[in-house]
Ligand binder design. Sequence first.
Ligand code: XMP
Length: 539
Amino acid sequence: MSQTPQTAPSGSERDHASGSSRPPAIVILDFGSQYSELIARRVRETEVFSLVMGYATTAAELKALAPKGIILSGGPSSVYEEGAPLCDPGLWDLGIPVLGVCYGMQLMVQQLGGSVVAAGRAEYGKAPLHVDDPVDLLTNVASGSTMWMSHGDSVEALPDGFVRLAHTDNTPEAAVANHARRLYGVQFHPEVVHSSGGMVMIRNFVYHICGCTPDWTTAAFIDEAIGEVRAQVGEKRVLLALSGGVDSSTLAFLLHQAIGDRLTCMFIDQGFMRKGEPEFLMEFFDQQFHINVEYINARERFISKLAGITDPEEKRKIIGTEFIRVFEEESRRLGPFDYLAQGTLYPDVIESAGTNVDPKTGERVAVKIKSHHNVGGLPKDLQFKLVEPLRRLFKDEVRKVGRSLGLPQEIVGRHPFPGPGLAIRILGEVTDDKLDILRDADLIVREEVRDAGLYDEIWQAFAVLLPVRSVGVMGDKRTYAYPIVLRCVSSEDGMTADWSRLPYDLLELISNRIVNEVRGVNRVVLDITSKPPGTIEWE
Ligand code: XMP
C-alpha cells in the first residue's frame, strides 16, 4: 500500500531546536501520544541520549541523523482512519532497529502488510503479560509481568516475517518481532511506571538490540555544555536573570564554570519573595560561591503598581511588565551585554518546535499549558542573543547537573515557586501587611513539612491568604481575622496534580502554629481540590 506522510514540521527543524551538537542515539517519533516525552526520559534514564521528533520526519532525514534506534510513540488515532498520521515507509528499509509502541506497533504492522482492526474488547489498565518468546526484546522480562495497556485497536494479522513474542488475556499479539529486520512492536506501554518489566524491555532495546552505549551522563553533559558555551560566547558578556529556582541557579553555576566573571547575574527583588529568600540567595551566590550577583531592590516599584488592583490576570500582567521594565533599565545600566542566558528546558523546546502535532491535520497543537517565563516578552530593541545550555535537558536532568556542580539540596530540591511570587497567593489587592502575614504563614508550612520528612515527596506545599475575615476566639477575646489556606499537592510535572493526604497530626501542628504565631490569622483551612479542575496556584 502506498502511504504518504501527513505534512508536519520537518525533523531538521526540530534537530536545530534541540540545540544539541550531540546527535541522538535514539529518536522517538511522536504520533501525538501523551507519553512521547516520557519515552524519551526513560531512554535517557539508561544514559542514552534521545530526542523527540515529529512523525513526519523523513527517512532521508533519519538516515542523515543516523540514530542507533527509532521508537514510534503511541497516539490517539486509528491506523485505518482517513488522515491518520503515517511515517515515511522508507523508514522500514533503513536497517535501523525500530520499536513501535501501541499505535506505533499498529502502524508498523499495517504498513508492512499485516492488518489492524478495532479490538473486540478495548483494553485499558494493567494486564499480566504472558511471554511466548523470551529472547532479545523480552530477555529477563518475567512472564506474568504487569504491563499498562491502553488501546482500542488490535493487530489481527502479522506481516510476513513477524512472530509473536507475548500475549495478554485479551490481546493475542501483545508483543511482536521481525528478528531478522530488527523490527519490534508492543501493544502496551513499557514507558509508564505501572509496567513492571518496562524498563528491562527499554534497556534490552537500547543496549542489546540497538547497541547503544551509556554515555549520556551528567559529567558528559557538563563537559559538552561548557565547551559549547565557550565556543558560542567567546570573550563576550552574558546576563542572567537569577530567580533562585533550580533552573536559573543551575544555569548560573554552569555558566560561571564556563565563562567566570563574564557572567553577570541579576536578581530582581520585586518584594514578593518568601521570608529570608533574597538574603539567602545573595549570601549563597555572591558570598559563598563568588558568583557576581547584582541585587536590584525594586520592592517599592512593584507594590505601588499593584495598589488597588484585585483582578488576578491584571496583577500578573502588571508584574510581568514591570519585571521587563526593571530588567531593561538595569541591563542597560550594567551592560552592555551581548548574550542573555535563559533556563529553557527540553519540554519547552519540544513544544515550541511543534512536535505535538494534531494527528488529524498534522498541525502543531499545544497539548500543555505553556509554562510561565519570567523574561518572556523582552523588548526587541534589547537585541540579546540567547544562551540556552539547558535546552536539551528534562527537569530531573537539570537537578542532577545542579547537584553535580555543587548546588546544595536546599536549592536543587526546592519546590517550584511562581515568577509573580506571593503576589498571586494573596487573593485580591496585595499590601505590605498581607505580605508580612503570608510570609510568616508560608515559613511555618515549609518548616513543618520539612520536619515531617515530607518535603521531597510533595510537589508544592504553601499558604494562600484569603481577603475575607471570619470570627474566632482567642483567650477571652473575639477575633476577626484572615484565614490561611493550606495548599499541598503531589504532581509529576505541574500539569495535573492531586491534593496531598498529609497526616492529621501534621495538619494540626501547622494549623496551631499559624493561628498562634501569625498575627492577623485566626483560621486555617485545607484545599482538597485536584488539578484539574482546580489549578495549583489560586490566581
Ligand atoms: P497552576 O496554578 O497553573 O500552576 O496549576 C502550575 C505550576 O506552575 C507554577 N506557576 C508559575 N511558575 N511563573 C512561574 O514561573 C508563573 O507565573 C506561574 N504561575 C504558576 C505553579 O507554582 C505550579 O508549579
